[in-house]
Design a protein around this ligand. Structure first.
Ligand code: CAA
Ligand code: NAD
Length: 284
């Protein structure tokens, strides 16, 4: 089945970026969030971010208009019904995602595909909550989706070859390189990344060094684009904690236990850039 119309549910940093990538590749996109107002504001924000690229001479003004013309904010989830593929990028919580997929399963045509951008939750379990598990797949974009070259494709136990191949072909149409992971907690990228970020949190909580020195040490010492605490703030500390909890619970090893300082920041509502404060302040 040709994928020409895509629904993206969850218009936060990942969903907005995925919508941009799909529209830039020529797909028609419906962008949905918990309310019509949130979806509309996300499309406005996307327009402002594309305008910056126009100002920098990186995107022709006409291309900005064309891309925005292909993205429609959803008035309600019902607007996702005509999609050939619906991808979810809502909060990293299994219960909330299952509830959403039940609704999407009831709305979309029987031949349509469902995908999750989850960072860590079992694709097999999410697929099992729908009546089309063979048409369910993990399509894991990296943050920020318009800039990062990778899409990790995760096959659940039930994912059919046709579904897997359709999503790999779509990711390539988006100009992305794909890797394929088994459905294990954290998949490939977060299995490696989250222990690194969590270790930086332990280093901070033990007073090994200041946040700035931990970040500069890793950034320059390992030639990473961002230090680990900056990257955790960028991803969102709530998302980092949720992934760390999944790794700890599902893999059952003490080495994955989330650092207390990560828990306390999330409890305080200091979720990183998106709330203006995480390990660093962004509100000044
Ligand atoms: N659309 C298209 N291009 C965009 C864009 C957008 N919305 N936003 C920025 N860009 C472009 C910029 O124009 C710029 O292009 P040039 O290099 O041609 O100038 C480029 O992207 C970099 O942007 P900036 O100059 O604004 O910023 P930067 O150089 O400081 O880089 C960064 C920012 C790309 C985020 C970089 O710091 C980086 O790579 N950080 C690490 C990100 C990372 O590790 N992501 C993975 C996180 S893990 C994950 O995602 C999985 C998970 O489940 C948690
Ligand atoms: P975010 O907090 O920026 O955005 C989440 C959006 O989902 C919000 O706009 C929220 O209003 C919306 N939402 C929440 N519940 C909803 C529901 N029931 N129906 C509709 N909309 C709902 O989060 P994010 O960083 O964009 O992450 C989204 C997903 O992508 C998570 O599963 C996360 O693990 C995954 N992910 C995140 C990153 C990252 O670096 N942040 C990278 C790859 C994957």
């Amino acid at each position: 089945m040709a994928i020409e119309t895509m629904a993206v549910v969850g218009a936060g940093q990942m969903g907005s970026g995925i919508a941009q990538v799909a529209a830039q590749a020529g797909l028609r996109v419906v962008l949905a969030d918990a309310s019509a107002d949130l979806a509309r504001r996300a499309v406005e924000k996307l327009g402002a971010s594309l305008e910056k690229l126009v100002q920098k001479g990186k995107l022709p003004a006409a291309e900005r208009e064309a891309v925005l013309g292909r993205i429609r904010p959803a008035a309600s989830l019902d607007d996702c019904a005509p999609a050939d593929l619906a991808i979810e990028a809502i909060v990293e919580s299994q219960g909330v995602k299952v509830e959403l997929f039940r609704r999407l399963d009831g709305l979309l045509r029987p031949e349509a595909l469902l995908a999750s951008n989850t960072s860590s939750i079992s694709i097999t379990a999410l697929a099992a909550s729908t009546k089309r598990p063979a048409q369910f797949v993990g399509m894991h974009f990296m943050n920020p989706p318009p800039v990062m070259a990778l899409v990790e494709v995760i096959r659940g136990l039930q994912t059919s070859d046709a579904t897997y191949q359709a999503v790999v072909a779509l990711a390539r149409k988006f100009g992305k390189t794909t890797v394929t992971s088994k459905d294990v907690p954290g998949f490939i990228v977060n299995r490696v990344l989250i222990p690194l970020l969590n270790e930086a949190c332990f280093a901070l909580q033990e007073g090994l060094a200041s946040p700035e020195d931990i970040d500069t040490g890793v950034k320059l010492g390992l030639n990473h684009p961002m230090g680990p605490l900056t990257l955790a703030d960028f991803i969102g500390l709530d998302t980092c904690l949720y992934i760390a909890e999944v790794l700890h619970r599902e893999l059952g090893e003490d080495k994955y236990r989330p650092a207390a300082i990560l828990r306390s920041h999330v409890a305080a509502g200091w979720l990183g850039r998106k709330t203006g404060r995480g390990f660093y302040r962004y509100d000044q």
